[in-house]
Design a binder for this molecule. Structure first.
Ligand SMILES: Cc1cc2nc3c(=O)[nH]c(=O)nc-3n(C[C@H](O)[C@H](O)[C@H](O)COP(=O)(O)OP(=O)(O)OC[C@H]3O[C@@H](n4cnc5c(N)ncnc54)[C@H](O)[C@@H]3O)c2cc1C
Length: 107
């Protein structure tokens, strides 16, 4: 099938990543348009959004500079996650917590 128009419904994480992936693949093909449709009434979930180190390669493949991305998104590098009183006190003790990301650094 000869696709000429691509419509992506939803401007959240999935929508914008899809738009970038498809846009990158179709960059050199003429006569193809990609349109992303956002709802003015329904906000994206937009929470957490911690990601994995390979996002750097993804951004690079999109032609997005990492420093510009961090500035525009007001992002930060996550070193660890501390969950205070996260688990059952009786089973795991007072002030229990855990974090991952290779368990370094710790406080
Ligand atoms: C507490 C919490 C923490 C999380 N932490 C992380 C994390 O650290 N890392 C991670 O990767 N993920 C995390 N997630 C999951 C992540 O936030 C979601 O999986 C992701 O944001 C979903 O993206 P989405 O594009 O599917 O949905 P959304 O971001 O919600 O986007 C949906 C889009 O569709 C639009 N839309 C809806 N209906 C219509 C319509 N009828 N017409 C047009 N547009 C419409 C909305 O306006 C919105 O822009 C977390 C989620 C939660 C709840």
């Amino acid at each position: 099938m000869d696709i000429k128009k691509v419509a992506i419904v939803g401007g959240g994480t999935a929508g914008w990543l899809a738009a970038n992936h498809i846009g990158k693949e179709m960059l050199n093909r003429k006569g193809i348009s990609v349109t992303l449709i956002e709802s003015p009434d329904i906000p994206p979930i937009g929470v957490g959004e911690g990601t994995v180190p390979d996002i750097r390669n993804t951004l690079k493949s999109f032609g997005i500079r990492e420093d510009e991305f961090i500035r525009q998104c007001d992002a930060t590098f996550k070193q660890s996650i501390k969950f205070i009183n996260w688990m059952d006190k009786k089973k795991h003790g007072e002030g229990n917590f855990f974090h991952h990301l290779s368990d370094v650094p710790s406080t």
